[in-house]
Design a protein around this ligand. Structure first.
Ligand code: ATP
Length: 359
């Protein structure tokens, strides 16, 4: 946008969602002011508490409205004690994903100094991209076979989605390369056993040919899992199908200190929804101890997204600053209890604002 103004739809949600969103908006406020970006927020209600009051987890008006924004920032949704009559959880974030065809989930995995990790995660700094609309989840609405002996699930890979997924993966690798990363996309698959995965790999290399400035390679998912633990610094961008990606994303979060510092984005070619990887954490709601870093880093991803779509370097500068301040604060030990510190959520927010304003 010419005047660097962006409409952001904000869904705070349930549990600690409003607390971590409050922190992220304050950090975004400081960063956008400093870098000359104008973020205009529209707040919408959705989630489990909304469901309890209104009998639906997200209104059609909200669903339609958020699609008109330049990006969506989401806290967390769903509470264990509020469920639909069929017993399923309230998860409008999944409805949003389906409504807008958000086919890729982006999960950066970066080890920050000062965050304890269970393994020697080296200089882990990678981006896991998980396809989220097909693969083994494509058949989840299929009717179960009328048998008590055998049940199967369908694994579907389509050329159309795979081409979009890989094109996105190479674009992300290119953007990361500008920031000093290696510029490589690695496909995780099981092409030696599954025909669908052999097809996936074939399409991967077709797309790779059109993106020859970026290296491309592949690993079998089993070998890849071992390598992620033994030498995570080997990876730059990882791309994989739905179920493998589900597992690998959490493995990545575990490698670098857990959910409190794990951001994410669900994107299509047109839409982007950014949210922390964690849930609503009702056990710590209202105690001022929720770690806001995952949401703050998700907000930085949102700025990256705005930069990629609008070629707006001010967004990139603001995102880079938020990440640099995160690195600095964690290294200084300014952190919440979940990652071994004793700062409150509001302490962390204040520290971000001070750092951004004084840099
Ligand atoms: P969901 O199914 O929605 O992912 P969950 O209950 O499996 O939810 P979370 O809500 O993410 O998972 O919580 C898992 C654990 O991690 C809880 O003990 C919670 O307190 C902790 N946790 C999650 N997010 C944070 C955070 N931002 N700061 C501190 N602790 C957190």
């Amino acid at each position: 946008m010419a005047d660097n103004s962006y409409n952001i739809a904000v869904l705070s949600g349930d549990g600690i969602g409003p607390e971590v969103i409050d922190s992220a908006l304050k950090v975004l406020g400081a960063a956008s002011e400093k870098h000359g970006i104008n973020l205009l927020y529209q707040h919408y209600e959705a989630g489990a508490e909304y469901y309890e009051k209104n009998g639906e987890s997200i209104s059609m008006h909200t669903m339609e409205s958020i699609g008109k924004a330049h990006a969506v920032l989401l806290g967390a949704m769903g509470l264990p004690h509020i469920r639909k009559s069929d017993g399923t959880e309230i998860a409008p974030q999944i409805d949003i994903r389906e409504h807008y065809g958000l086919f890729a989930s982006l999960r950066p995995v970066k080890l920050f100094e000062g965050v304890g990790a269970p393994l020697n995660s080296g200089k882990a700094n990678m981006l896991v991209i998980r396809e989220t609309t097909e693969g083994l989840f494509a058949g989840r609405h299929d009717k179960q076979e009328p048998s008590d002996e055998t049940v199967s699930d369908r694994l579907t890979i389509t050329r159309a989605t795979s081409e979009k997924l890989f094109t996105l993966a190479f674009a992300q690798a290119r953007a990361r390369k500008k920031g000093g990363s290696e510029g490589r996309v690695t496909l995780f698959d099981k092409a030696n056993v599954l025909r669908s995965n052999a097809f996936l790999r074939k399409i991967f290399y077709e797309v790779a040919e059109k993106n020859s400035d970026i290296e491309a390679d592949h690993l079998y998912i089993d070998a890849a899992a071992m390598m992620m633990v033994q030498d995570p610094s080997r990876f730059d961008v990882i791309v994989t199908e739905n179920v493998f990606g589900d597992i690998v994303s959490e493995l990545g979060a575990g490698l670098v200190g857990g959910l409190g510092v794990a951001p994410s984005g669900d994107v299509s070619e047109e839409h982007g929804v950014f949210q922390p990887s964690h849930g609503t954490a009702p056990d710590i709601e209202g105690k001022n101890i929720a770690n806001p870093v995952a949401t703050v880093l998700s907000a930085a991803m949102m700025l990256d997204w705005l930069e990629m779509r609008n070629d707006d370097q001010k967004c990139k500068a603001a995102a880079d600053e938020i990440r640099a301040v995160t690195e600095k604060l964690l290294a200084k030990g300014v952190k919440t209890a979940d990652i071994g510190g004793n700062a409150s959520s509001t302490d962390i927010t204040q520290a971000y604002i001070q750092e951004i304003q004084s840099n």
